[in-house]
Design a protein. Structure first.
Length: 479
């Protein structure tokens, strides 16, 4: 973070009042977690569903915090009385955090800003983007999935002050809209991976969710660029052009003849990687042509995500062949398609998050890999709204159709996966030996007790669920 003075901070947050001033030292970091406070930190006392940041102010002060932004007047006066910490009072600490981040980014004049969103694949695409842009620029990117109303500002303040390009992930939810996050960042390039079924509980229909995702372009000026996966039915060039601001340059990645980046001859070797041919049609002879795209990453769907990153690179002066070379150095966020090879079996760790689309993609990738037995341990998916049961059922049906050997489900929602798989076994009319074996557990602790007797040497195991299920505990228990 660039060193920032208290006067600048006050002027950036609407209606902020200086309750006490402990000196003219500059802020060098921002935190909302009391455990991350250090000397020079500006602490925002945010109020969440379970914790009130104001309750941690005494501990924050003891940690050497330079200044605190609070919304509780009583706490403001109480901390101000100590006389050794700057205290700023605002109406709402969440809004104040976002306002400060917006001004901070507005004053970072020469920074290249790329934003990415989507129902599935945004974090992997962010990681691909980070690798591609690093081929030419010193690049910062969102750590983990800090993509919310709190995460985006914290990402901004966490960037090193000498970066030249920033890749920022944005996620929609009940507390914030993509357009609000875009208003903080004002990206010059926006990337939308797809529009699936995640967050239908909040947005209702895929049409409304499409508008939400394309809010990433809300602040675009003429000729700024939106890059989309047009194989998603909601992200065709025609549909996108009706939603984004007039004058937006639209680039499409997909498998159709009118796309700017066309992927074909796709080869999926499972855990040994994926490859395809990539045709580039942009009207620029320095970049256009046919290329071989081969990446050491599991899942054919990642070829599309990698191509989105190549498209961004091209917009920023990185030739496709150089972008493809850079993709080999991609560093992925923890818990996303990590291959854990052990002496007796192999685990595909994809516990970071889940949707029906990504679960099916995971199963497809699993079945494309060589193994003595293909096993999937699948948990609950969250935020699917009224269609939750049907969408879980679709995964169970798909798993049996794909030929999965063993399906283990964990959680209440995931029971629908197991029930649909059981029905699909019956409908397939297979003999018992060729059916998908099914085991269902209500919680992970129950499953962990049995894993050592269920899993075999030579198994290839996909573990996937929504983040809240914390199925990394299951992975830790596998031996």
């Amino acid at each position: 973070m660039k060193k920032t003075g208290i006067k600048y901070i006050l002027e950036s947050m609407h209606g902020a009042k200086l309750i006490s001033d402990a000196g003219s030292k500059e802020v060098t970091s921002v935190a909302i977690d009391s455990r991350q406070v250090k000397s020079g930190t500006l602490f925002f006392a945010v109020i969440g569903g379970r914790n009130d940041g104001h309750d941690f102010l005494p501990a924050v002060k003891e940690s050497g915090c330079l200044a605190a932004v609070v919304s509780n007047p009583d706490w403001a006066n109480k901390i101000a009385e100590t006389g050794d910490m700057t205290v700023i009072l605002v109406n709402n600490t969440r809004d104040a955090l976002m306002q400060l981040a917006k001004q901070y980014m507005a004053d970072w004049k020469d920074l290249i800003k790329v934003a990415v969103t989507g129902s599935v694949g945004k974090t992997s695409t962010k990681d691909f983007l980070g690798a591609v842009l690093a081929a030419k620029y010193k690049t910062g990117k969102t750590p983990g999935n800090l993509n919310s109303d709190y995460g985006v500002p914290l990402t901004v303040f966490g960037f090193e002050e000498d970066i030249e390009a920033a890749v920022i992930e944005m996620g929609a939810g009940e507390s914030v809209h993509i357009s609000e996050l875009a208003d903080i960042i004002h990206p010059q390039i926006g990337v939308v991976t797809n529009v699936g079924t995640s967050h239908l509980e909040v947005f209702g229909t895929r049409e409304d969710l499409t508008i939400e995702k394309l809010g990433i372009a809300k602040c675009f000026k003429d000729n700024e660029t939106i890059i989309v996966n047009s194989d998603c039915d909601m992200l065709t060039r025609q549909k996108v052009s009706r939603i984004v601001p007039v004058g937006t340059d639209i680039l499409t990645v997909g498998s159709k003849g009118d796309d700017n980046f066309i992927l074909y001859n796709i080869k999926d070797k499972g855990i040994d990687g994926v490859s395809c041919a990539l045709d580039v049609y942009t009207g620029n002879e320095d970049y256009d042509g046919t290329f071989e795209l081969s990446i050491p990453v599991v899942g054919a769907h990642n070829l599309g995500n990698a191509a989105l990153a190549i498209a961004v690179g091209m917009r920023l002066g990185i030739k496709p062949k150089d972008a493809i070379s850079a993709l080999a150095d991609t560093h992925f966020s923890s818990g996303r398609l990590e291959i854990d090879r052990r002496d007796n079996l192999t685990i595909i760790n994809d516990v970071y998050n889940a949707s029906p689309e990504s679960m099916k993609a995971g199963i497809k990738m699993l079945m494309a890999s060589k193994a003595e037995r293909h096993v999937a341990i699948l948990g609950d998916m969250f935020e699917l709204g009224d269609e939750s049961e049907v969408l879980h059922e679709s995964v169970g049906d798909y798993a049996v159709g794909a030929g999965l050997d063993l399906l283990i489900t964990i959680g209440t929602n995931a029971e629908a996966i197991a029930n649909a798989a059981k029905a699909a076994n019956r409908e397939a009319g297979r003999n018992i030996a060729s059916q998908t074996r099914l085991i269902s557990y209500k919680d992970k602790d129950e499953a962990i007790k049995d894993l050592s007797t269920i899993l075999h040497r030579g198994d290839l195991i996909l573990v996937k669920a929504s983040r809240g299920m914390k199925l990394e505990d299951v992975i830790s228990a596998i031996n």
